[in-house]
Ligand binder design. Structure first.
Ligand code: ZN
Ligand code: ZN
Ligand code: ZN
Length: 370
């Protein structure tokens, strides 16, 4: 087998052995993609198309909605679709023509459908115009290849807010779950526009139950989104509390900017602190140290500080070495506390620890709260 590549290679480097020809299935010269969705050789598809167009020795008469007739071959149709096959099996063979009515879709859609059964080809504009009819036909006559093609085209090209309701209903009818989910998502995302579409109005008339179900999913989705935001906000608060707890340990242990530990000389030139929570906490600690109303239930700032100190003690692993003020006192008090209050604190401690880490190490522990 000679080809241009081999000849030129031999001319350039005669001393290099000629590579063997590629296996035939890798050769690209014979494969042409003439239309979308078709990868058969052009001459082959032309033959099949001609067989359909010329209706040579056709033995099937397809009758469409507008009383048009499309001729076809029972052998091709029966081979491509099990539904046609059983239809022909049931019909009397004595008749010259099998009569097959296909109504409810435009004649042109039926023609595109039958042509696909011959050559596995279609024109792009035909698909665009008749994709919904082709989806129904491919489902009804069990032609999975065309059905997959229609689903893919709808998903990637033709699905929009205006036709989403129609496509959604067809997806349910034609057992196309993926397409159904994609439509549903699109409807939820663009509910206002989708509910104003003609498809929605038609559905309201013909399938009020489906409309009710859709409305329920829309309100559930709104609720879910709300819950998500609520949870995210909650998580943010717990995370801030966790960071405040870390910063409190750091302030009392290492000192930070204007506050130093009681047994260490405070270094004015220390490196900037990495704890974001220090800024707020530092002024709170300074206020707490100087406030005249330093009693539980007194000044709001002090009250907050009391709570933070108690929370710290609930989280603290070892109050004997801890430098946070009142840590040990709170621990002792906790042991005498009422069970109801204790449970509340334990829930809070668990939520805080779970936002940041499982164990709370090195300073905090879930076990410390029990
Ligand atoms: Zn700091
Ligand atoms: Zn105060
Ligand atoms: Zn402590």
């Amino acid at each position: 087998m000679e080809n241009g590549h081999q000849e030129s290679a031999m001319v350039v480097r005669r001393d290099v052995p000629v590579p063997p020809p590629l296996p035939a299935r890798f050769g690209t010269s014979k494969v042409v993609v003439r239309r979308r969705g078709c990868c058969a050789a052009a001459s082959t598809t032309e033959t099949w198309d001609r067989l359909f167009d010329d209706a040579y020795r056709a033995d099937v008469s397809i009758q469409t909605s507008s009383d048009d007739v499309i001729y076809a071959h029972s052998s091709i149709l029966g081979l491509a679709s099990p539904v046609f096959r059983s239809m022909f099996k049931r019909q009397s063979r004595s008749k010259r023509l099998f009569i097959v009515p296909i109504r409810g879709v435009p004649t042109e859609a039926v023609r595109v459908f039958i042509r696909f059964l011959y050559s596995s080809c279609y024109e792009e504009n035909q698909m665009e115009e008749h994709v919904l009819s082709l989806l129904v036909l491919s489902h009804s006559y069990v032609v999975p290849r065309l059905k997959r093609e229609c689903e893919g085209q709808l998903e990637h090209k033709y699905l929009n807010v205006d036709n989403a309701i129609d496509v959604f209903q067809l997806a349910l009818l034609c057992d196309a779950p993926r397409l159904g989910i994609i439509c549903h998502r699109l409807i939820l995302k663009n509910f206002k526009a989708a509910s104003l579409s003609d498809g929605w109005k038609a559905m309201k008339e013909s399938h009020p139950i489906l409309e009710k179900e859709l409305l329920e999913t829309v309100s559930y989705e709104a609720y879910r989104q709300k819950e998500k935001v609520k949870k995210a906000n909650e998580r943010k608060v717990y995370l801030q509390l966790y960071e405040a707890m870390e910063a409190l340990v750091h302030i009392c242990r290492d000192g930070c900017r204007t506050i130093g530990p009681h047994d260490k000389a405070f270094n004015k030139h220390q490196a900037p602190c990495n704890y974001e929570a220090c800024k707020g906490l530092e002024s709170l600690v300074r206020h707490f140290a100087g406030c005249k109303l330093r009693v539980p239930g007194g000044c709001v700032h002090c009250k907050r500080m009391w709570q933070l100190l108690e929370l710290h003690s609930r989280l603290c692993i070892d109050p004997n070495v801890c430098r946070v003020p009142l840590c040990k006192n709170f621990k002792d008090r906790t042991r005498k506390q009422k069970k109801k209050d204790d449970i509340k604190w334990r829930i809070l401690v668990r939520k805080i620890l779970r936002t940041k880490s499982i164990t709370g190490a090195p300073y905090f522990s879930l076990a410390a709260s029990s």
